[in-house]
Design a protein around this ligand. Sequence first.
Ligand code: NAP
Length: 329
Amino acid sequence: MPRALITGITGQDGHHLAEFLHGKGYDVYGMIKGQNNPRAAKLQEEMPFVELIPGDLADLPSLVAALQIAQPDEVYNLGAISFVALSFSQAELTANTTGLGVLRMLEAIRMVGGAQNNPIRFYQASSSEMFGQVRETPQTELTPFHPRSPYGCAKVFGHDIVVNYRESYDMHASSGILFNHEGPRRGIEFVTRKISNAAARVKLGLQHELVMGTLDAKRDWGYAGDYVEAMWMMLQQDEPDDFVISTGETHTVQEFVEKAFAHAGLEDWEQYVRQDPKFFRPAEVDLLIGDSAKAKAVLGWEPKVGFDELVKMMVDNDLALEAAKANRS
Ligand code: NAP
């Protein structure tokens, strides 16, 4: 059985990827940080097949130990401070985890190595936030980076160091430049889930307004379940490389709000939504739209879930969750 180690196992993508790899017959190991991580118990309940190993991207010896225990064929580095807003207030932590964490994992892989004829393959979770103030539209693997947040800057470092280690040490290290991807497992702090959850709670009479930052930003939103398949596909290639993973469609935050509220049966969304400058970022990313033609041609990857279906999936999930919570209390 192939073996995979996933960092960021408790996050949205970690859940989806663990399920996906388990379905493919992998032994799945997940790195878990902290001495009493509150998300560990829930994860084990949902996915008892995942073997949890302690470790932190800020701590090289723990990464070496995790690799020695898991002995993986493939490492998926999904762990990060991934919330752009938090990266502005905790920029150093973000640089250390999201940026330097990649370097540490690459070094750990070089130290542990893997089987002689089967060196460890590495996937890095790069991000469309690296394009920031975009230099061209749509964005491809060749579009120059211009990050607009400490998160984006840290991801650029992570991306570049993967290219450097691939070229310097002949490592099988690939990066997926993933555009925003969402779903019912998205953390509540992220804008799409904040919206779907608010639409559900307003519908159920549990909340009366949704306070937002910018409504004008445009994003290329796909479904996380589709995107983790692309990660796996990259590591099955003979040669490592970088791939943009996106839908090729862009929508404003306002469109997400409109569709979410309408799906919850609330046509007049403006009645419930208020903007507050406290949610504006010091520097905003106005427009992201990706061109994933290379992934289609080389990997045979294409997104399956469209924007409307994604919004509905998230609102339906939050309606069910919030109704169940209300019934329990
Ligand atoms: P997420 O839900 O925020 O999950 C982040 C994960 O990183 C959590 O499991 C978290 O663990 C872990 N983590 C944080 N600090 C760590 C540390 N010091 N050491 C080890 N693990 C640590 O993120 P996601 O949406 O699943 O995204 C997965 C990856 O893809 C991230 O790197 C993200 O930046 C990148 N990405 C995401 C998107 C997107 O739209 N979702 C787009 C492009 C790129 P705890 O639960 O213990 O805090």
